[in-house]
Write a protein that binds this ligand. Structure first.
Ligand code: MG
Length: 357
């Protein structure tokens, strides 16, 4: 099979409300859909959702990189994922969201060619997984109301964004705990917002509210800070911005710098490199989750396939598409969602319905 064309299309989505985290505020998100066409009539779909503060990419760079990669990938067999990634990495360093879009489309084709769903090709450990849902930064009162509404919709794991102001963070989590009761798991995501000493103090308070883990409390590059927090506090630490590549995962694992890793396909450059991150983490006894940037249903389907495929991935943070006004983003299929449970489809590839590109 040969790649005969790679089509790209800019897409944008409006959030139901402004979304604030420690280092960004957004109401609209923009991504790029990719369609890889082959000489056998099979096509695959992918999505790039760049997030400049984390992957260093914008829509414009994704468009430019995809056109550069297209030149090198035409004529290649999309099923040869190792080779596809070697070609992409030889062509340009980083640019992981652009590479993820190509990777997803190749996996979609691989699944269709094999007549199998991608989650089964990747391991098929389970076909459904619980997702958390995120509570963005707002006033403590508004965050508590948002959390209560989400818990009432059936979400029993809430990821609370923190890191803009640690005093307000503690007030918000205290109010959220009161609003949702004891049976909802609360995790915090600091998005690199604390110093090490702030984290030590805040964790103590957060523990008293029953918070079960803290994601990326300090700067992405501060591996020794993460190791220190693991030794000095009892708060389990999830690494997110610190881990983009398999090499990053190995460095953190070797340095006892995290209890969990948040794999995001936009950081890793797609499923193929993400499999290596998960394998490294698993060999150190470190479970992973699969998270997301602001992908629509298309990109989330790839995350769901990976999350379901692996025994080392227990739950996920694949909620971005739910915050869009038009949550389907023009694409249907890929997975079903019932309250907080995402179920992948037993259809070839990612199982998207026919989509007019
Ligand atoms: Mg995070």
């Amino acid at each position: 099979m040969k790649i005969t064309d790679i089509l790209v299309k800019r897409v944008s989505f409006e959030r139901k409300k402004v979304f604030k985290i420690a280092f960004s505020v957004s109401k609209y998100v923009e991504g790029v859909y990719v369609k890889i066409v082959t000489d056998e009539g099979i096509y695959g779909l992918g999505e790039a959702m760049p997030f400049a503060p984390v992957t260093g990419e914008t829509i414009e760079t994704v468009m430019a990189v995809l056109s550069l990669l297209k030149e090198r990938l035409l004529g290649e067999d999309p099923c040869n994922l190792e080779k596809i990634h070697a070609i992409m990495d030889a062509q340009i360093k980083g640019n992981t969201a652009a590479k993820a879009a190509i990777d997803f489309a190749c996996y979609d084709i691989l699944g269709k060619a094999a007549g199998m769903p991608v989650y089964k090709l990747l391991g098929g450990f389970k076909n459904s997984i619980v997702t958390d849902i995120t509570v963005g930064i707002d006033t403590p009162e508004n965050m508590a109301n948002d959390a209560k509404e989400k818990a009432e919709r059936g979400f029993n794991i809430l990821k609370i964004k923190c890191g803009a102001d640690f005093v307000s963070d503690c007030k918000a989590v205290e109010k959220i705990r009161k609003a949702v009761g004891e049976n909802v798991e609360l995790r915090i995501d600091v998005n690199q917002g604390y110093s090490v000493s702030q984290a030590v103090n805040v964790f103590e308070k957060m523990k008293s509210f029953g918070v079960t883990e803290a994601e990326q409390p300090v700067k992405a590059s501060d591996i020794s800070g993460l190791s220190y927090l693991r030794k000095k506090t009892s708060m389990p630490i999830m690494a997110d911005e610190s881990v983009h590549s398999p090499e990053d995962a190995a460095l953190l694992c070797k340095n006892d710098a995290c209890d969990f890793i948040n794999i995001k396909l936009m950081k890793s450059g797609g499923i193929y490199p993400a499999l290596k991150i998960n394998a490294i983490a698993q060999s150190y006894g470190i479970p992973c989750i699969v998270g997301c940037m602001s992908e629509s249903r298309l990109g989330i389907s790839a995350g769901a396939a990976l999350a379901c495929a692996k025994a080392n991935i227990h739950d996920c943070d694949l909620d971005s598409f739910m915050s869009f006004k038009e949550s389907e983003g023009g694409i249907s299929g890929g997975f079903e969602i019932n309250k907080n449970v995402i179920k992948v489809l037993d259809k070839p590839g990612f199982g998207f319905d026919e989509y007019e590109f």
